[in-house]
Design a protein around this ligand. Structure first.
Ligand SMILES: [Zn+2]
Length: 84
C-alpha cells in the first residue's frame, strides 16, 4: 500500500461565520484557532498509526462548531468546520 496522504480538503466558509472564523486556516496541522473559540468535548479516534484526539470547539461570536484533530501523521488534519 502506498502511503499517500489524502488530498487537502477544501476549506468550508459559510455565510454565518464571523471574520475570525473565516480567517482560521483549515486542514492545516498546528494552525491556530482564535480567542473566541471555546473548547468543548474531546474524543479519541483510532487510526492505523495510533489514536488521535479530536477536540470540539464552539465560536462564541457566530456559533460555528469546529473540530481540531491533533494527528502527527497527517499534516492535513487540524481545523475543520462541522456543518450546523
Ligand atoms: Zn466565529
Amino acid at each position: 500500500m502506498p502511503q499517500d496522504l489524502p488530498p487537502r480538503p477544501e476549506p468550508v466558509i459559510t455565510e454565518t461565520m464571523c471574520e475570525a472564523c473565516v480567517a482560521v486556516q483549515q486542514h492545516w496541522r498546528r494552525a491556530k484557532g482564535h480567542p473566541e473559540l471555546m473548547q468543548g468535548t474531546h474524543r479519541a479516534v483510532a487510526h492505523k498509526h495510533g489514536s488521535v484526539t479530536i477536540t470540539k470547539y464552539r465560536c462564541e461570536r457566530c456559533g460555528t462548531i469546529w473540530e481540531y484533530e491533533n494527528n502527527k501523521v497527517n499534516r492535513h488534519a487540524g481545523w475543520s468546520v462541522l456543518k450546523r
